[in-house]
Design a protein around this ligand. Structure first.
Ligand code: FES
Length: 168
């Protein structure tokens, strides 16, 4: 039994029971969700264990993690700010927005702030192409979308989150 199975045996059994034995690979997304739930990202060990459980390669598991913006292979801030920088958004100024946002927050793209509260990432299309600059935020198991942003409006929202975290 793997460490992931040890910790979540019942839940994993329940998920696997939903799929025919020759289609176990289809359980990859819910298993990744379980793996990510605690630390906010999927470790290499988790990917290895999921691959073993589903009889697929770790590369296949890693490719799912890499493809979807809601899965992560690295730890991040309590608020993961994901700015879409795909072409349609770039045409509406998301590149400059991202650069200035990072400058104001004192982080590079892909980095987490020193207080651990936020990280900023550049991601591909989030299906709000006509409302750029826009970003999605993952925090405390919530996801929110912020569209038609300016650096000022984004910073205002982020300061609110910072204040909430500091008050805790
Ligand atoms: S290209 Fe950015 S939301 Fe679609």
């Amino acid at each position: 039994m793997t460490a992931l199975q040890d910790k979540h045996e019942k839940e994993i059994k329940h998920i696997l029971a939903k799929y025919p034995t020759d289609e176990k690979r289809s359980a990859v997304m819910p298993l990744l969700y379980i793996a990510q739930r605690k630390a906010g990202y999927v470790t290499k060990q988790d990917m290895l264990e999921i691959a073993e459980l589903l009889s697929i390669s770790t590369t296949e598991v890693a490719s799912i993690v890499g493809f979807y913006t809601l899965y992560h292979d690295k730890s991040g801030g309590k608020y993961r700010i994901q700015v879409c920088n795909d072409l349609p958004c770039a045409l509406r100024g998301s590149g400059q927005f991202l650069e200035e946002l990072c400058e104001n927050l004192g982080v590079q793209v892909g980095e987490t702030s020193s207080d651990g509260i936020l990280s900023v990432e550049a991601v591909m299309c989030l299906a709000a192409c006509d409302k750029a600059p826009m970003f999605q935020v993952q925090s405390h198991s919530d996801i929110s979308y912020h569209e038609n942003q300016t650096v000022e409006s984004a910073l205002q929202t982020i300061e609110k989150w910072r204040a909430e975290e500091t008050d805790k």
